[in-house]
Design a protein around this ligand. Structure first.
Ligand code: THU
Length: 157
């Protein structure tokens, strides 16, 4: 028997220390969260993806009376980016959540969104910088693989 330890590394950056593009992504994700269609949870999530060509694609959660038919902000954003720019790698994704008009502490993408993030990284052979945005701090990870170390990939098929 042996025990294996897996560590993840991320940085915590106060808002005023974000660089220009990071601040833009933060603001665009926050704007997107205001457009969420979340009448059931009232949990408004926004995401902003920076593409290699400099385009920023945004998205927000889309809920449905048949609950499982809804989709998280991260997948709305990644699928919109892939649908509109199928050959362009995604470089970064900022994610933010608001409830009762307040920015929440940093939330992490759900497992299904992590799978889609990792698929996108694999597709373009490029890590995606993840920005988990809070009210005063942003957690920055260098790849979505850190969020889901035991993801299911095409190698498993
Ligand atoms: N949600 C997201 O959009 N992203 C996340 O990372 C977590 C959860 C959405 C799904 C649902 O519309 C609402 O937030 C409550 O779970």
């Amino acid at each position: 028997m042996r025990t294996i330890t897996h560590e993840i590394e991320f940085t915590e950056v106060p808002l005023h220390e974000l660089n220009e593009i990071e601040k833009t992504l933060y603001d665009k994700a926050l704007d997107a969260s205001q457009k969420a269609y979340a009448p059931y949870s009232r949990f408004h999530v926004g995401a902003a993806a920076l593409l290699e060509n400099g385009q920023i694609v945004t998205g927000c959660n889309q809920e449905n009376a048949a609950y499982p038919s809804g989709l998280c902000a991260e997948r709305v954003t990644l699928f919109a980016a892939a649908a509109n720019y199928p050959d362009t790698p995604v470089e970064a994704l900022a994610i933010i959540a608001c409830q009762n008009g307040q920015i929440k502490e940093q939330i992490s993408p759900c497992g299904a969104c992590c799978q889609v993030l990792i698929e996108t990284e694999t597709r373009f052979d490029r890590p995606i910088k993840i920005m988990l945005c809070g009210k005063e701090q942003v957690r920055i990870l260098s790849s979505s693989r850190m969020l889901l170390p035991f993801s299911f990939t095409s190698n498993d098929l």
